[in-house]
Design a protein. Structure first.
Length: 280
């Protein structure tokens, strides 16, 4: 099956953002200099917000905080739980009923998630409605039932505003914030997949997208490794804080990419090839 345009490159960008969002939290917990330590205003305009985001000054707090290298696995867990639950049901359904089923599941699950009677879903961050609604968007856009090209720039603007400002988070309560996020993410991914964008389709970004799973999985390990080196070599006592921050980020990102490349070539590729054979 032919890969959808842009999404492979987008996978790397999103994995990259996860890494640079996690590094400041790790450094803070270990007593290393980190970007959040600088004073800056949070009532910035959009351009200033974008500048802060692309210079690593933005913050995202993890929903679950077990610590160490397993901290990032909460998102992998809910993704796998969703597929284990939904994939067999979709396999049994005729194709024409899949969209209706996903819509029904999304609405009912969303209501249960925010109800007071079912608390474990929220407690364990089982955000399945994000996946199911994105599935709906994928089906209707791939079947050309809805053309998002006319709304593409509006969707992109909202997406940028979402990640560079606190407008929606501050203006909406938890229920409407998640509802807005669910719809926005589904529409954004679907609009990206409709028409190739040259910068997202170049070979380097595509390959980095192919190894993005490894980037996500291994970056927490490499943060521990680089942090260990910093402690043993007493780096933070020998160089200015801003130099320490730049070196730490560079070492984590570069070593993570190298390990992800090796994992993809000599470990993950076996299972990917096996998957292709099973599909045939």
């Amino acid at each position: 099956m032919k890969a959808l345009p842009n999404l492979t490159g987008l996978r790397f960008i999103l994995a990259f953002l996860v890494v640079i969002f996690h590094i400041p939290h790790f450094c803070e917990n270990r007593g290393f200099p980190f970007f959040n330590k600088f004073d800056y205003q949070n009532n910035y305009n959009l351009l200033y917000g974008i500048l802060l985001s692309y210079t690593f000054f933005s913050n995202i707090f993890a929903l679950c905080n077990p610590g160490g290298i397993i901290e990032i696995l909460w998102s992998i867990g809910i993704e796998e739980q969703f597929y284990v639950l939904i994939a067999p049901l979709i396999l049994l359904l005729p194709f024409k009923y899949i969209t209706r089923f996903l819509l029904f599941f999304t609405v009912v699950y969303f209501a249960l998630y925010f109800s007071e009677s079912v608390t474990f879903m929220k407690e364990y961050n089982m955000l399945f409605f994000y996946f199911s609604f994105s599935g709906i968007c994928s089906i209707v856009t791939l079947n050309k039932n809805i053309n998002l090209q006319n709304f593409r720039y509006l969707i992109f603007v909202l997406f940028i505003l979402y990640f560079t400002t606190s407008i929606f988070q501050n203006s909406l309560n938890s229920i409407f914030y998640h509802l807005f996020s669910t719809v926005l993410f589904g529409l954004t991914i679907s609009s990206f997949a409709e028409k190739p964008i040259r910068i997202l389709e170049n070979k380097v970004l595509t390959y980095l997208g192919n190894i993005s799973y490894g980037i996500y999985m291994y970056h927490a390990i490499m943060m521990q490794f680089v942090g260990f080196l910093f402690l043993k070599l007493t780096v933070i006592d020998k160089i200015p804080s801003y130099v320490s921050i730049l070196i730490f980020n560079f070492l984590v990102l570069s070593s993570t990419i190298i390990i992800a490349h090796l994992s993809y070539q000599y470990f993950e590729s076996y299972f990917l090839n096996l998957k292709k054979k099973l599909i045939k």
